[in-house]
Ligand binder design. Structure first.
Ligand code: GTR
Length: 356
């Protein structure tokens, strides 16, 4: 493919005659012009100076979730649109199930440009791009509708854009429902039940602070380590949404799922800024549009999966526990005080809270 498209470039460089007519390379002088052009293109491509738009682009995207998970399905949906609209010039292969490493590994690779895309939890971006903390703030959204309204508005765009300085083009937000606590030994019903527990959290200062504000001890670790940590009692509890609780089999080792619904941290689809800058505006538009169009598809899959996962865990012996939510909510003021620090964040939070 690369060869073919480079030839097309050579064709342009060497005179751009339509196919079927005698090309300059048919004459001895033409041949040497074409040869020189090929070498120049190869050299430029090797240096990364040739716009990717002149080459066939094969992108890889990482996800820690299994094949049937809504995030993986949504990026595959985007990939189909991109392939179709670029006439096969741009392809995206999604590597599911942590085949390309943990979320933190993928983020690092995307920053370097060694990997093109990753679908990660926005919590994994908190310490890299601080505005991504905003939609993870505890009890910020009143409902899924409220979350969607915010993420679909200019606020969502502003938050996605804020990662560019750190080397990431934010393409889309995906749903992740709300996260709740689950425990091995006894159910959490009120804030007092969380006190002193060792709770696994995502690798983010904000996630640590949320659990500490509940009076518990936070143990940040990657998702891949959680099952064993729960099973062996290294931690007493963890927190996640129903689909992750189910697909990662955490319900088998921590059966009390307490509906704290303390955060609605969304998923984010990131693209390497290094690679993005080499694409033509037309190709960038194809990618952006396709990512946006995968969002409603993802939301539909997500709603279905939340219901299905809830049924699976209940059948598997998990107990769904109602909690005194207000007691958790009241404990969160220090988290806001610590993390909503810049005028921009303060304004965003205020706009979100007052959005109808
Ligand atoms: C899930 C999320 C993953 C990962 C995981 C975790 O809800 O989809 O990307 O961040 O939570 O808790 O590590």
């Amino acid at each position: 493919m690369l060869h073919k498209t480079l030839q097309d470039t050579v064709h342009d460089v060497a005179g751009g005659r339509p196919r079927g007519r005698q090309s300059p390379s048919a004459s001895p002088r033409g041949k040497s012009v074409a040869r020189a052009a090929v070498s120049a293109c190869l050299a430029l491509a090797a240096m990364g100076a040739l716009p990717l738009s002149a080459q066939a682009a094969e992108f890889r995207s990482a996800d820690i979730h299994p094949d049937d998970y809504p995030t993986v399905q949504a990026v595959r949906y985007m990939a189909d649109l991109v392939k179709q609209r670029s006439n096969g010039k741009m392809t995206i292969t999604v590597f599911s199930g942590s085949k390309l490493g943990s979320e933190n590994d993928s983020i690092e690779q995307v920053k370097l440009g060694a990997l093109t895309m990753a679908r990660v939890s926005s919590a994994a971006m908190h310490n890299i791009c601080q505005n991504t903390r905003v939609p993870s703030l505890p009890f910020l959204f009143r409902s899924t509708d409220h979350l969607h309204k915010v993420l679909d508005s200019d606020i969502g765009e502003q938050l996605l854009k804020s990662c560019e300085k750190a080397g990431f083009v934010g393409l889309a937000w995906y749903d992740s429902g709300s996260r709740s606590m689950y425990t091995r030994n006894k159910p959490i019903k009120t804030l007092a039940d969380a006190k002193g527990l060792k709770i696994r959290v995502q690798q983010s200062d904000l996630s640590v602070a949320m659990v500490e504000a509940m009076g518990a001890n936070a143990t940040p670790m990657s998702m891949g380590e959680v099952y064993t940590s729960l099973k062996t009692g290294l931690v007493d509890a963890a927190e996640n949404n129903f689909p992750s609780y189910e697909s990662a089999h955490h319900y088998e080792v921590a059966k009390y799922f307490s509906l704290t619904e303390h955060t609605m941290t969304p998923e984010i689809l990131i693209f390497s800024k290094r690679q993005w800058d080499k694409l033509s505006p037309q190709d960038q538009k194809i990618l952006r549009d396709a990512a946006k169009e995968s969002v409603p598809y993802m939301r539909k899959l997500w709603a279905e999966r939340e219901d299905k996962s809830r049924q699976v865990v209940e059948k598997g012996g998990a107990q769904i526990v109602q909690v005194d939510k207000a007691s958790f909510q009241q404990a969160m003021a220090p988290v806001y005080a610590k993390f909503v620090t810049t005028p921009e964040m303060k304004e965003l939070v205020q706009r979100i809270q007052t959005m109808e």
